[in-house]
Design a protein around this ligand. Structure first.
Ligand SMILES: CC(C)(COP(=O)(O)OP(=O)(O)OC[C@H]1O[C@@H](n2cnc3c(N)ncnc32)[C@H](O)[C@@H]1OP(=O)(O)O)[C@@H](O)C(=O)NCCC(=O)NCCS
Length: 298
């Protein structure tokens, strides 16, 4: 019989042991473990067997007070115990429903047959796909194209928010903005706190007006992740992108990554021109939603 308990700091070694064989040792879990354990909202839980051994774990993240997100499902692949994934997921869904949330969602890669099959079985439905694109940054010391670049960190949140809300790209993001593989409902507070106040809002200003704008972050691993990118024309887009590339170099990151809405024609085109490609195929980022029928839940 499996039991649920909270994941604690002291579980780190066991969690690392479980994840070391997943995705050829490329699992991001050890990198986010400390942050996840400390998080006050949501719940990071494990499934333990009769002897108290940790067999698997999963996390409920509250992206807002009313929007729940499920992530980080892993199981010890050497364990014979079946049903660990369903057991943990059902527990977290119950917990989310008790909080009377409006949405329960998760995302996965199109080739992750285990999670697609598992979450479909529980009742999740695919509601959107996006394009996950990356570019490896070669190690070059001198890049002439950076000379005279006018891009700057934008600290004026009103200016940034005005441009963002008016842009075509932002209007497509009904299901939220990508902060890595988690989608966050868009609010001015989110944009201000996550990007403007952290100096991760880059733009080009001409005659007091923004002409191009991007939100980015340095990810746990070795990537610069672009959450939003838009420009008035191709020229500004190229200039803004070159600055992002320079920031990637300066932070000693190896890759740049963006997840683009399928209908975002401009962004899809620009990033193709900038040399970004899919890992394997287009439409590879899948957003799943669990339809909730709950009394009194608006
Ligand atoms: C995903 C994972 C946690 C599933 O754990 P599990 O305890 O074996 O899952 P369950 O026994 O609860 O499986 C329930 C359902 O998931 C699906 N599933 C699980 N493993 C599968 C596999 N190898 N291939 C296809 N479907 C699979 C099936 O639909 C299964 O139902 P079934 O047993 O009736 O066929 C485990 O395979 C794992 O840790 N994988 C590596 C990490 C990963 O991919 N995590 C998901 C990322 S979000």
């Amino acid at each position: 019989m499996l039991k649920i308990r909270k994941i604690k700091s002291s579980d780190k070694d066991r969690v690392t042991e479980i994840t070391k064989d997943i995705w050829d040792g490329d699992d991001y879990m050890p990198l986010v473990f400390d942050k996840w354990v400390k998080e006050k909202t949501g719940e990071f839980v494990g499934a333990v067997d009769e002897k108290g051994k940790l067999i698997g774990f999963e996390k409920l993240t509250m992206v807002t007070e009313k929007d729940a997100w499920i992530e980080g499902l892993r199981k010890d692949m050497n364990s014979e115990i079946k049903g660990v994934g369903i057991f943990l997921s059902n527990y977290l869904i119950k917990l989310a429903k008790a909080k009377k949330v409006n949405t329960i969602r998760f995302t996965t890669y199109f080739q992750n047959v285990e999670s697609i099959s598992l979450f479909s079985k529980i009742g999740f439905e695919i509601i959107e796909r996006r394009n996950n694109k990356f570019k490896e940054i070669p190690k070059i010391k001198f890049i002439p194209e950076y000379k005279g670049n006018r891009s700057e960190i934008i600290k004026d949140e009103k200016l940034a928010l005005d441009y963002f809300h008016r842009s075509k790209s932002a209007k497509l993001l009904n299901n939220g903005i990508n902060i890595s593989w988690v989608l966050h409902p868009i609010t001015d507070k989110l944009i201000t706190d996550k990007f403007v106040k952290t100096d991760q809002c880059l733009g080009i200003i001409e005659n007091g007006e923004i002409k191009a704008l991007s939100f980015f972050m340095i990810r746990e691993k070795d990537e610069l992740f672009i959450s939003y990118f838009f420009a008035d024309n191709d020229k500004y887009a190229k200039e803004l992108f070159q600055k992002l590339k320079q920031i990637t170099y300066k932070n000693k990151q190896k890759y740049m990554n963006i997840i683009i809405h399928l209908k975002d024609k401009e962004c899809n085109q620009w990033f193709k021109q900038f040399g970004f490609t899919s890992w394997e195929e287009e439409n590879d980022f899948m957003l799943f939603d669990l339809p909730i029928k709950q009394k009194g839940n608006k």
